[in-house]
Design a binder for this molecule. Structure first.
Ligand code: AMP
Length: 396
């Protein structure tokens, strides 16, 4: 795997695909700078070697149209502040103007190009557009994990114009290593905790990880499809009746593969999908009509705690309750605390995929786990066992 560490950028121009798709407020201030911070080590390595950096990214969904609200010019000052270098900006990402700005770029300088998605060719993965992009640097560095699952011009296709001069940036390399550590080289026992709303959205992940884990904790809304499939009463809990057979099949597959499945035995049930609803702890198999399970119960959490504390490698994707409502967030917070303890005791813990990162950040767990993935969709696809096109393009 070629990473940025394998290159010396002295007098070279690095064309870096970063993920600067950051949230902006009404006055175009960056409200969360994590993605800029995450890309900074890669940019600094190029500058410290004596090279220059040309940064390309998308921002929002302009759908192939120029949209001043989504111009990357809005973030230029913030990038300058974080990287510590006054970043230059050019209001295009291909063409003569850009080629000239790139030609004038001196060692130690950084140039930010305009939003790639102002061109429809970007998302189409257009080869001619990718070739134009490739003129903006000597070495192609992909450091955008958040878009690595898309075969876009700047994330994938452009790599073919750098057959010997392409590599992963630090961030993307870290993401790949973290996933490998869980899916391939993880110390046993390996435990996956899968929560979230629906079995249907997690099924490919479950099937893929059954070959890799020793324990699978299933929580959140998925619980009830498994419980009902086994004959339990789930009341008004979220349940996918058409996935019950699949749930039974997963249980069978797990047994055949020697994977222990852990499902809640008790839940906090509510008489409405509302933070202020009446609540009671009930046996997961005996949820009365009119009540729905919205969080894991105390006995379930005790069971999960034991499994997590004995694990050496932990993957967490999805909340075990409706964490957005304070009264149903306790289970998810408890899981975070158990992972924190296990991590302090030497386990490797990876959190990511979909909304997991939002839950982790909301409760301040991002510094307590070993690694928080920066890519929602890209992480989910990696867990499903797919080779991401952006990664394959660098490896190939
Ligand atoms: P996902 O994006 O699939 O990880 O799902 C996350 C969503 O699952 C969150 O918005 C949670 O509120 C929701 N969720 C978790 N547990 C439950 C539950 N018991 N009933 C309904 N929704 C749930």
């Amino acid at each position: 795997m070629k990473t940025i560490e394998d290159f010396n950028f002295e007098n070279k121009k690095a064309l870096i695909r970063v993920d600067f798709n950051v949230p902006l407020d009404g006055e175009f201030n960056v409200t969360d700078t994590s993605r800029i911070e995450a890309a900074t080590p890669t940019i600094l390595k190029v500058l410290e070697d004596g090279g220059s950096a040309v940064l390309m990214s998308h921002l929002g969904r302009p759908k192939g149209q120029v949209n001043p609200d989504m111009s990357l010019s809005h973030i230029c000052e913030k990038v300058s502040e974080i990287v510590g270098v006054q970043v230059k900006f050019v209001d295009e990402c291909v063409g003569d103007k850009v080629e000239q700005a790139v030609a004038e770029l001196q060692s130690g300088e950084v140039l930010l190009l305009e939003n790639l998605r102002f061109h429809a060719e970007e998302e189409k993965g257009d080869e001619a557009f990718a070739e134009l992009l490739s003129k903006n640097g000597d070495v192609y560095v992909n450091d955008a994990f958040g878009t690595a699952h898309r075969a876009h011009a700047s994330t994938t296709i452009v790599a073919k114009f750098f057959p010997d001069n392409k590599c992963f940036g630090y961030l993307l390399a870290k993401e790949i290593k973290a996933i490998e550590k869980v899916m391939q080289t993880g110390e046993k026992p390996v435990t996956a905790i899968l929560g979230g709303a629906k079995v249907s959205s997690k099924i490919t992940i479950i099937e893929n990880i059954l070959d890799k884990v020793d324990n699978l904790i299933i929580g959140g809304g998925m619980t009830y499809t498994f419980i009902k499939a086994q004959g339990g009463q789930v009341g008004d809990s979220i349940c996918e009746d058409d996935k019950m057979e699949l749930a039974l099949d997963i249980l069978k597959q797990a047994e055949a593969k020697g994977v222990k499945i852990h499902i809640p035995v008790d839940v906090l049930a509510a008489d409405d999908f509302d933070n202020n609803a009446n609540t009671q702890f009930v046996d997961v198999n005996k949820i009365p009509d009119g009540w729905q399970g919205l969080d894991a119960g105390p006995q379930s959490l005790e069971n999960f705690k034991k499994v997590i504390s004995e694990s050496r490698t932990i993957l967490w994707n999805g909340p075990v309750g409706v964490f957005e409502m304070e009264n149903f967030a306790k289970g998810t917070i408890a899981i975070g605390n158990y992972i924190d303890e296990a991590t302090q005791n030497g386990a490797f813990s990876l959190v990511g995929g979909g909304d997991s990162v939002a839950a982790v950040k909301q409760f301040g767990f991002q510094d307590k786990v070993s690694y928080v993935s920066t890519g929602g969709g890209a992480m989910l696809e990696s867990l499903e066992g797919r080779t991401l096109p952006g990664i394959a393009a660098i490896l190939g």
